[in-house]
Design a protein around this ligand. Structure first.
Ligand SMILES: [Zn+2]
Length: 302
């Protein structure tokens, strides 16, 4: 099948590029070492200072040039103690970074022969790197909305008021127009919760576009420039007042979670939201998003 190539040349990183850069475990290890300890220089516990290290042939460790103490570039990362090869981890990250709509554990199971359980754990670990707990939006026009994820309702049901035993999970989303997004699972979409999330994530001088859900009623009173569209009256766009950016964001995630992941339990939903958001927020980077994944491994190393 021929698909239209929409990624500009300088942002392309194909599977051939991946195979050329990372042909084996050693090339991945060397890459990881350079990211964590550029030039092989790292703190040596025994010497008590930064020392140059060299590779020990046949083992995934580097040795202090002075005293011979070993360090591992994998220590403290998601790769530590894993029996999965480093190259397979890299490949899994490449796949997850290169898709728009999600990648299933089944696919990597088929392609590489690891068990489904292993594949699922690899993706779970990678997702754990992608959260943005402190991210604040800086855009001056943001759209905010809540949405519900989970099995389809049989019929009707009141919006914003899932019962305690509802299988649906409330998610609050905020997007900058032409910018980044945040998606957070939330117990519910009450005034208190929506306002708390807004205050943590949106600049006070931003204009917030929402629909007419009562949960947003206090936004203007709290100092936000607040513009609302009357979805309950079936009005969707009036001039610049709309929530089409976040509508598009929701449908991207819902297509992925419904299509690739076939529903996600409440327990793991936030990590899937983190995965989609991480890519969405770097969508102008083509498939160089892979680099952002690699960088995250080191940033989140203990
Ligand atoms: Zn040393």
């Amino acid at each position: 099948m021929k698909t239209r190539q929409t990624i500009p040349m300088h942002l392309r990183y194909t599977i051939n590029d991946f195979n050329a850069q990372f042909p084996d475990n050693d090339s991945c290890l060397e890459h990881l070492k350079e990211q964590r300890f550029p030039g092989g220089v790292a703190h040596c516990e025994k010497c008590g200072q930064d020392r140059k290290h060299h590779r020990i042939t046949g083992r995934p460790v580097y040795s202090c040039d002075y005293c011979g103490t070993h360090i591992s570039p994998m220590a403290g990362t998601i790769f530590q103690k894993s029996s999965t090869s480093l190259r397979l981890w890299y490949y899994a990250m490449y796949l997850m970074a290169s898709t728009r709509c999600g990648i299933s554990a089944k696919q990597i199971q088929r392609e590489t022969g690891v068990t489904y359980k292993t594949a699922w754990r690899i993706f779970k670990q990678i997702r754990s790197l992608l959260s943005e707990p402190d991210m604040q939006l800086e855009g001056l026009s943001v759209e905010m909305d809540e949405s519900y994820f989970g099995p389809k309702r049989k019929r009707g049901g009141k919006r914003g008021r899932p019962s305690a035993d509802s299988p649906k999970q409330c998610v609050v989303g905020i997007v900058e127009r032409h910018g980044r997004a945040i998606a957070l699972t939330s117990e519910n979409a009450t005034k208190q919760n929506l306002l708390r999330i807004a205050k943590e994530r949106i600049l006070p001088e931003s204009t917030v576009f929402t629909d007419d859900w009562v949960g947003y009623n206090d936004f203007a009173q709290e100092g936000y420039a607040h513009k609302r569209i009357n979805h309950s009256e079936k009005v969707y766009v009036v001039g610049d007042v709309h929530t089409q950016t976040i509508d598009g964001f929701w449908s991207l995630i819902k297509r992925g979670i419904g299509g690739v992941y076939h529903q996600v339990s409440k327990k793991y939903l936030q990590t899937y939201l983190d995965e989609y958001t991480f890519r969405y927020n770097r969508r102008d980077q083509g498939n160089l998003i892979f680099n952002a994944f690699l960088k995250r491994v080191c940033e989140r190393a203990a």
